[in-house]
Write a protein that binds this ligand. Structure first.
Ligand code: 0RA
Length: 640
């Protein structure tokens, strides 16, 4: 076979490959929604991060250009440009046109490969209406451009550069024929770049957005890597001790890094990563970590008589109460399992993490007895609280068995028994609760008034939470049970509507409610059952006509429409209680007229989601304020 023929056959294969990507983009980047669009950037950035992990790249710059395209520039060795004899063309062209070629060739120190689907540059190229790449190495600038994945011409030299300069610069414009929307979101990229920088210590990532007159810019550079990640996650909480505990080591080609620190909350915020990819369902690395943690602390507590021989061992849950931890492993061939392929399966990783953590944590505890004691004592308290909670729960279970499923006394239930038709309003305060009971549509709307502020579940142990009357009332009203007893098929109302005053206190109560739901019944939020009611801020009256305004903007618009003069009386609502039943119905409860906001969880960024709620409820006021300003967008507007 002649070389020419070989080239021809290759070319056909490449076109078939690109065709496959364009036919089923979801197979390669997950989806063609905003999430898939942003994946394009991650694929390209991950290639540069691989170069950083190999030790050759210190800086990555990501730019959202004015025309909506993306540029990713790195100072790595530069993608090889020499002739690839098998393919009969430049290696650079192979990387950008052959499916699955990205990164894995070249051998040597270039081992670990990230990228959620391990596909990379050629997939991004196939899904871009145009892409161009410049490689700087050996004093030359090499260049190639493409349209929907096909090269315009062979790789050529377009310029010279300093002999010491090296790196790769890629620009691409996503194809609007493929993606539902091709507008990149700065904050989405920002959070991902932050996370990537935390996971690759020493790497500097700069993100710029040049689409508007005023350029946005973020720079991430963490010499401490995941240690600083833990500090960042604990920022809005009180740490139990100052140091972040850090373990690092390699066992059988598995590179293991773990950072952890306890705080005064009661939740476990552990995030695990493989080759910089988050594994929301954990896997062998997480299992190895948990095993090492439980074993090491029990050994320490027994040896130092913090735990007496007669006392039961601390459970993993006890030790993980208030824990913030990052587990990051780098391995050559990750295997993902589970329905969503988000769980690490490689069995050798379990032992590697267990060994590194057991060894180094044991040493750390011996060197830092005060910290060791503080963690053991917190775990012991957790153990006792868990025991008390179990007793309290058994008691309530037995009670319901004896009394049947008695609904809370304060609940005004609806008569319809089909949950699909039913909604429950959780109302702040008894007086507003009274108006709501009068106003409601009895058949489908239930009302549960809550007295004052509900318990902050971020700051209370389980026994106290289970003992709280308001929380008990909600749990029994919803019908689903909680934790391991949770059963969504028993949900008695398909809409759970939180109705609070349109002021700061009201917002705080909503947040407490959402925190409770997020921690104890996250499925309710995930399945879209949770809503916030939107009561009006103003009532405007003129010549016996009435308007309601839900924001200051709306008020101004109405006043502009009807003319501002002495004849309108504007009333500012300070709370739900100021409205009579009829007004409450008209403005906030009537399914025909009201506006509800549905509460959403962004699963992609799970460490950020967790922060969403914990930051809000933390002790320190400043992060909370910043959070509220930044995250108003997590709540989606929805007309129902
Ligand atoms: C394989 C070998 C070499 C560099 C790279 C891959 C490389 C890939 C990417 C992707 C984005 N930026 C990159 N930078 C480098 C180097 C081989 C050599 O120089 O010997």
């Amino acid at each position: 076979m002649s070389v020419e023929n070989e080239y021809g056959a290759d070319q056909i294969q490449i076109l078939e490959g690109l065709e496959a990507v364009r036919k089923r983009p979801g197979m390669y980047i997950g989806s063609t929604s905003a999430r898939g669009l942003h994946h394009l950037v991650y694929e390209i950035v991950d290639n540069a991060v691989d170069e950083a992990l190999a030790g050759y790249c210190d800086n990555i710059q990501v730019i959202i250009n004015a025309d909506g395209s993306i540029t990713v520039e790195d100072d790595g060795r530069g993608i090889p440009v020499g002739m690839n004899h098998k393919a009969g063309k430049s290696a650079l062209e192979v990387v950008y046109t052959v499916l699955h070629a990205g990164g894995k060739f070249g051998g040597g120190g270039y081992k670990v490969s990230g990228g959620l689907h391990g596909v990379g540059a050629s997939v991004v190229n196939a899904l871009s209406s145009s892409l161009c790449v410049e490689v700087c190495r050996d004093g030359n600038v090499y260049y190639q451009s493409y349209k929907i994945g096909k090269p315009d011409e062979p790789v050529k030299i377009i310029d010279t550069c300093d002999l010491n300069k090296h790196g790769t610069k890629v620009s691409f414009l996503p194809d609007p024929k493929i993606f539902e929307d091709t507008v990149f979101d700065y904050d989405t990229l920002k959070e991902r770049m932050r996370e990537t920088a935390f996971l690759t210590k020493g790497l500097r990532i700069i993100l710029r957005d040049t689409r508007e007159d005023e350029e946005k810019r973020s720079e991430f550079h963490y010499a401490g890597g995941i240690k600083e990640f833990v500090t960042y996650l604990n920022n809005s909480k009180e740490a139990l001790y100052e140091d972040v505990i850090y373990c690092e080591g390699t066992r059988e080609d598995v590179y293991v890094e773990v950072a952890l620190q306890h705080n005064d909350s009661y939740n476990d915020a552990t995030y695990s990563f493989v080759n910089n990819i988050i594994t929301p369902e954990g896997g062998t690395h997480l299992a190895g970590f948990r095993n090492a943690l439980t074993k090491t602390f029990n050994n320490y507590a027994r040896a130092n008589k913090i735990l007496k021989d007669t006392e039961p061992a601390l459970s993993g849950e006890d030790i993980r109460e208030g824990l913030t931890a990052i587990i990051s492993v780098k391995i050559e061939e990750p295997q993902f399992e589970g329905q969503t392929k988000q769980k690490l399966g490689n069995s050798e990783v379990r032992g590697a993490v267990d060994s590194v953590v057991s060894e180094q944590l044991t040493y750390f505890l011996e060197q830092n007895p005060a910290i060791a004691k503080a963690i053991c004592e917190k775990s012991l308290l957790a153990q006792r609280a868990r025991e008390a909670a179990r007793k309290a729960r058994d008691l309530t279970r037995r009670k319901t068995a004896l009394e049947g499923t008695s609904l809370p006394g304060k609940l005004a239930d609806c008569s319809d028994k089909d949950p699909k038709n039913c909604e429950i309003f959780i109302v702040e305060g008894d007086s507003a609760g009274g108006s709501a009971k009068t106003a409601r549509s009895r058949a489908t709307q239930a009302i549960l008034p809550l007295r004052g502020k509900i318990l902050n579940v971020e700051k209370a142990r389980l026994d106290k939470i289970y003992g709280n009357a308001e929380i008990k009332a909600m749990i029994t009203a919803f019908g689903t049970g909680i934790h391991e007893d949770f059963d969504i098929s028993k949900l008695r109302y398909h809409k759970i509507i939180i109705m609070t005053d349109a002021d700061v206190d009201g917002a705080h109560i909503s947040t407490l409610m959402l925190t409770f739901l997020y921690r104890f019944m996250p499925e309710l939020i995930r399945d879209g059952h949770v809503y916030l009611a939107q009561p009006p801020l103003y009532k405007i009256e003129k010549n016996k006509n009435v308007w309601y305004a839900y924001s200051d903007d709306e008020l101004n618009k109405i006043l502009l429409d009807i003319g501002r003069d002495g004849n309108n009386k504007i009333q500012r609502y300070k709370g739900l209680g100021e409205m009579d039943a009829e007004q409450l119905w008209e403005t906030t409860m009537d399914p025909e007229k009201r506006v509800l906001k549905r509460v959403l969880i962004d699963d992609e960024n799970s460490s950020a989601v967790d922060l969403t709620f914990t930051t809000l409820m933390g002790d320190k006021v400043e992060p909370r304020r910043i959070f509220i300003e930044e995250n108003a967008k997590y709540v989606q507007n929805l007309d129902v």
